[in-house]
Design a protein around this ligand. Structure first.
Ligand code: ATP
Ligand code: MG
Ligand code: FE
Length: 359
């Protein structure tokens, strides 16, 4: 089957076609970064309008690039939440209109499930696997037992990992989005790994405690204090300071992710028996090369195989939504035109697709 996937939940407008052979037939994406950069973060109203402006031509481009017509598509999937509700509604309404017009099933996709299943678009990863989901709005460890079947081992009690990158970047004047900016600056900074006395010592919240929850808000406060101290001592921040603080931030976030994931591996092995799962990392923060390689090292050390989608499939895109749509299409799901757009939609409340009516 061939599925059209539509993503509009945040600041990327995207459409893509995938098929059952894991082929990405086309993918079109419009990033709204420039529209929001001026404000240092995503402005929901601007985002919703930009989705209206760009979605139609991106869908047309996705079809054109794959040399297909809407009639060749077997189902239309769109992110139906969680996310900025204005944008989500643009995607859902557009997808429903296309589904109605072409008489195809409409499949409502949880954006987080798009991230969670994206590794299966890249490789034949069997259920269950252990997932570290690190994105702009979420930070969770989950066991993925199947489509719609998620056991959450832990999540952030305050900020998401991507949020920590974004807020630190804003504080350091590195602009938006923060993750890529911090990663670049950190390359030039002094790396401060745990145990080493670096120029800045930042906290690693919760890492001295059991469990798999995360906390990043203390980190942000500590970085603000470091920056304020330098400003009062030197009258400002030099480029070297910014690079070192970026490196220290990335190292601290990395230590938290490693520690919590290590606990999750133990939890998995304790509760599911000795067969090691694949450790999968997904979501925008998983685009970070240093974090990927640190997590891979952790997995290898504990005898797990490791998988992270290529960086462009970690940040928001249409292909992951099309893929989640394909998985659900194969299970017979058709949500029909009454399916709601949901601003909030926890992944572990996503229903397994047992109610499909098929078509
Ligand atoms: P969610 O998926 O939780 O709804 P979102 O869709 O806005 O949130 P994503 O697009 O998955 O989030 O990821 C965006 C986040 O990833 C941003 O916070 C961004 O700073 C972060 N990010 C992107 N690239 C990198 C990178 N190279 N290093 C670290 N963080 C990154
Ligand atoms: Mg984004
Ligand atoms: Fe996302």
């Amino acid at each position: 089957p061939i599925i059209l996937g539509i993503e509009t939940s945040c600041d990327e407008t995207a459409a893509a076609l995938v098929d059952g052979e894991r082929r990405i037939l086309s993918h079109a994406l419009w990033s709204q970064i420039e529209a929001h950069a001026l404000y240092g973060g995503v402005v929901p109203e601007i985002a919703a309008r930009a989705h209206v402006d760009h979605l139609d031509h991106l869908i047309r481009k996705a079809l054109l690039d794959a040399e297909m017509k809407l009639a060749d598509v077997d189902a239309i999937a769109a992110t139906a939440g969680p996310g900025l509700i204005g944008g989500v509604m643009v995607g859902v309404v557009t997808a429903k209109a296309l589904a109605f017009g072409a008489n195809k099933p409409f499949i409502a996709i949880n954006h987080l499930e798009g991230h969670a299943l994206s590794p299966r678009l890249c490789a034949d990863i069997a259920f269950p696997y252990l997932l570290l989901l690190i994105s702009g709005g979420h930070c969770q460890l989950l066991i993925v037992d199947g489509v719609g079947a998620y056991e959450r081992l832990g999540s952030t009690i305050d900020d998401a990992a991507g949020e920590a990158f974004d807020k630190t970047a804003k504080l350091l004047g590195l602009g938006y989005p923060g993750g890529p900016a911090i990663e670049q600056a950190a390359l030039k900074g002094e790396v401060t790994l745990k145990g080493e006395i670096g120029r800045f010592s930042l906290p690693r919240p919760l890492t001295d405690q059991p469990g798999c929850n995360f906390s990043f808000s203390g980190l942000k406060t500590a970085i603000r204090r470091c920056a304020e101290r330098l400003e009062s001592e030197q009258g400002g921040l030099y480029e070297r300071d910014i690079n070192d603080l970026a490196a220290a931030t990335q190292a601290a976030i990395g230590d938290c992710l490693i520690n919590r994931t290590d606990h999750a591996i133990s939890r998995y092995l304790d509760s599911r028996g000795p067969k090691a799962p694949t450790l999968v990392v997904a979501g925008g923060v998983a685009a970070n090369a240093t974090l990927r390689s640190r997590l891979e090292t952790l997995a290898q050390g504990r005898g797990l195989s490791f998988m992270a989608p290529p960086p462009w499939l970690c940040t928001d895109n249409g292909a992951m939504i099309a893929w989640a749509g394909l998985e659900r299409f194969l299970l017979g799901q058709n949500d029909g035109l009454a399916a709601p757009a949901r601003p909030r939609w926890p992944l572990d409340e996503t229903a397994p697709p047992l109610y499909g009516t098929g078509q």
